[in-house]
Unconditional design. Sequence first.
Length: 447
Amino acid sequence: MNEYDNDRYRSSTEASAHYGAGAGNNAAPVPPPAPRRREKRGVSTGAVVVMCLVCSLLAAALGVAGTWFMLQNGEDKAPTVETTPAPIATQAPAAKSVPAAITADAGVGESIYDQAKKQVVGVTTEVIYTNIFGQVSPASVSGTGFIISDDGYIMTNNHVIEDARQGGYDVSVLAFDGTEYTASIVGYDEDNDIAVLKIDAAGLTPVTYGSGEDIVVGREIYPVGNPLGELNFTMTTGIISATDRLITTDTDSDPINMFQIDAAVNSGNSGGPVYDRDGKVIGVVTAKRKATGVEGLGFAIPIEDAAHIADQIIQYGYVKDRATLGIEGSSVTSAMAERYGMVVGAYVTEVDQDSPAAKAGIQVRDIITALDDKPITSYTDLTTAVRSYAVGDEVTVTVWRAGQTTDLTATLGESQPPAQATPVPEQEYYYNDMDDFFRRFFGGSWF
């Protein structure tokens, strides 16, 4: 703005001086001035100095800005790129620690398996079956067991040796080193599916029992057994999925308290041990849920329950001090009760002579609806309730008889060992003709 103002100011002064010089009438004519050429103005020294100063300041500013830009976009990024590998380098060992953990777990499994090889045995019975056409064929019933004493006592499931004791067949026990023994059946408990065998051996390595406190959902477990009766000494792994499952293994059996596992178990694993991470046995593999689309549902009897039963069998030949009412029965469902005009409960089909039930006045065809204050809606309810009492306990039994409800008092007795029936091996049978075959299996004649 000052430059523009000065330019206008000078132009105005020069014009006044020019026209003022021509003032007066007598003056000689003055030729018209030649067209004035505007002169180029030069740059003063002060201006040069100012411009140099401005340029210097501008250059300095540009230099600072350039340096800042380089630091932000160039040199400042270099440390960032260099520090990126640092976390990667730090994370790399963490990634490698996963196999280390697996190796540690594998070490636990290896140690348990080395121990199990000295404790787990295969249990096999060779039986003879005759089909409906009279054809005789051999078959193997295989399961698992484990050593519970150094002098040859072995625990397994009752259903593993059931055919052997009913048919009088030999029970073979196979150790990991290939040694085979013929075992005797010491005793069994059908109610809890536990049996004890005995082999003639000494200096064996028995298992170490865990406790109920070790049976916790989420704990790692290692079952060892003989799945399918062919894949001997197979170890699988998993976790405890649930506890306190009431599992019925047979339509005529009472429910058994078990814990649930997700480790792979199959036919042939029955009677085998479930190890925990400390190498202690915490359960006996007993059942698996079989159905299309169902996997990972295995069940084991807690070792404290199984060990108590085994000790009783070894000492007495049966489970002592087990309370009983002394009846046999079946269940009356709600549909049956509605149809036949009865009530829901446990239907009495048989009363043992001189039993607590007989002494209390319980009769065949009675329906037991309560035991003390516990409602009874099935025969299973009744047997489960009786188990919760001790021998000698006095209980009030509520029965429904011919439309009337009556309370009876019974003193529970001690369950006696099962009668040892004489085993009768299945004999080969030859049929004379088709009519003979039909009569044997269906009665009457096929004509």
